[in-house]
Design a protein around this ligand. Structure first.
Ligand code: DUC
Ligand code: ZN
Ligand code: ZN
Ligand code: ZN
Length: 484
């Protein structure tokens, strides 16, 4: 069976042009005028773009005494409904658990995925088993990214010696380290102090994680990656201090990428302060929402290219789960949703306001991350031979975001009431039509794992000084008798 998408404008990261797109057996087989196929999808007035790739989700993740509520089924259905055709989830070993053991747990969950997916492997502790298994993860499982938490002290956090060891191992294996960059020691101190002062409400979460904790950790991670000879991908960059560190590193020729979230781009800290308990707690995530100046910095980063990809960190908890933290903000499960709203929100607030071109939109929602993660042009492209992960985007279609209409399994939406203009007309996942005029027609379990081999192109050492200062014994004529 073949499907042809007719009369649309193909929009990729670098080109816009009129053409039909032919899909056969899940793959794009022709792009050009006057194509025919068994099934015809009308794209008149629409943009034909690579489906979105969300590089940052936590589906059915054990976390803070509970599990995130959207699983691989509801999460990937939510993704497809909003034009996202691939998610990259974090396989998270509990400290002491083997990496391969954790991967098995994730494999047991991901069989229900309706769209394609991949994993980042988290390094939450360090010893020889982790060192050895990292090679298996890269070479046999096709995972070339390792995530490190610099926060969540006493749980997921790794220290600087562990970061340095793991980053070096990534460099050896041709893998890319990722960091959640917040100074977990300072967060723990500030949290304890706030609670002792009687600040127990959700706003305490924001006070406990000022932008400095993120700026410091981002800078530290960049320097450690530099010494280890590894590139670095910084997840959920939310503030100017972190963006500044990334900008500076890029200007120095270091291979560092920053990933703002759609939540940080469009929602601000007033959500914690001018709100009732449930409203504020539902928006507790790490890093927290920031003020308008930080938002402006993130938009400037997307416009200038110093920030590379827009993600969601989709980690959805119900109101009931959020209420575990009544009386102690440190017990509110951290996380917000966004999988189905990322593309419409970024289009509305990015393209609709003139900050981004449609081509830049494709770059930051799909193509850039496909290249960084080394699954381009299978994903992130409209090219002959690419997977037919396609969104037919209607720039005139609009809606008001309402939790009662969402696909996600939770009972609220952090974007409630926002008007979005720009929505999918059709979404194809490896050629299968999963959305028709906004209605889901996806197939449970259609999703396949996307292997990502080591990426020689991006995995070059950051520093040129390393070559000049490689350790070698220095020949000296005189040896002091003792002491100095
Ligand atoms: N931040 C969140 O808000 N949730 C999941 C993990 C994280 O780092
Ligand atoms: Zn994180
Ligand atoms: Zn996350
Ligand atoms: Zn299928």
């Amino acid at each position: 069976m073949s499907t042809v998408i007719k009369n649309g404008t193909v929009v990729t990261a670098d080109l816009s042009y009129s053409a039909d797109v032919l899909v056969e057996d899940g793959v794009i087989t022709a792009i050009g005028p006057n194509l025919t196929g068994d099934e015809v999808l009308d794209a008149t007035g629409c943009y034909v773009m690579p489906g979105g790739i969300d590089p940052h989700t936590h589906l059915e993740m054990p976390f803070m005494g509970t599990y995130s509520t959207d699983d691989f089924e509801s999460g990937t259905r939510a993704a497809l409904s909003g034009g996202t055709t691939m998610v990259v989830d974090f396989a998270l070993p509990s400290p002491g658990q083997g990496l391969l053991d954790a991967l098995q747990m994730w494999d047991n969950k991901s069989g229900r995925a309706a769209c394609d997916y991949s994993y980042h492997m988290a390094v939450t502790w360090w010893d020889k088993q982790v060192f050895d298994e990292m090679a298996v993860v890269v070479r046999e499982r096709g995972i070339n990214t390792f995530k490190h938490f610099m926060a969540y002290k006493g749980a997921l956090m790794v220290n600087d010696d562990e970061l340095y060891a793991s980053f070096q191992r990534c460099a050896e294996l041709g893998a890319t380290p990722l960091v959640h960059a917040e100074n977990g020691d300072v967060v723990a101190e500030l949290s304890a102090k706030l609670l002792a002062q009687g600040n127990t409400g959700p706003e305490g979460h924001a006070y406990s994680r000022p932008t400095q904790v993120e700026g410091e950790a981002t800078n530290r991670a960049i320097m450690i990656a530099d010494m280890a000879g590894a590139p670095l991908y910084v997840v959920h960059t939310s503030c100017e201090e972190a963006h500044e560190a990334i900008r500076r590193a890029k200007m120095q020729g270091k291979r560092v990428w920053g990933e703002p979230l759609i939540q940080h781009l469009t929602l601000d800290e007033s959500e914690y302060f001018n709100a009732d308990w449930d409203h504020a707690a539902r928006r507790v995530m790490s890093p927290p929402f920031r003020n308008k100046q930080h938002q402006d910095s993130l938009w400037a980063g997307l416009q200038s290219g110093t920030l590379s990809c827009v993600a969601t960190d989709h980690c959805a908890f119900t109101t009931e789960q959020k209420r575990y933290g009544v009386g102690d903000f440190t017990k509110i499960p951290n996380g917000t949703g966004g999988l189905e709203d990322r593309l419409p929100m970024l289009w509305t607030y990015g393209v609709g306001t003139g900050r981004l071109t449609p081509n830049e939109f494709v770059a930051v929602t799909s193509t850039n991350i496909a290249k960084i993660l080394n699954c381009y042009p299978k994903k992130g492209a409209i090219l002959v031979g690419s997977d037919a992960d396609i969104v037919v985007w209607d720039p005139e279609k609009s809606k008001t975001i309402r939790a009662e209409n969402q696909v996600s399994a939770i009972d609220y939406n952090v974007f409630e009431g926002k008007e979005v203009k720009g929505l999918p007309r059709y979404v194809l996942t490896r050629g299968q039509v999963a959305v028709t005029d906004g209605a889901l027609t996806e197939e449970r379990g259609h999703g396949r794992f996307v292997p990502r081999p080591p990426n020689g192109a991006v995995n070059t050492a950051l520093s040129t000084w390393k070559a000049l200062t490689a350790p070698r014994p220095v020949e000296r004529s005189g040896i002091p008798a003792s002491g100095v």
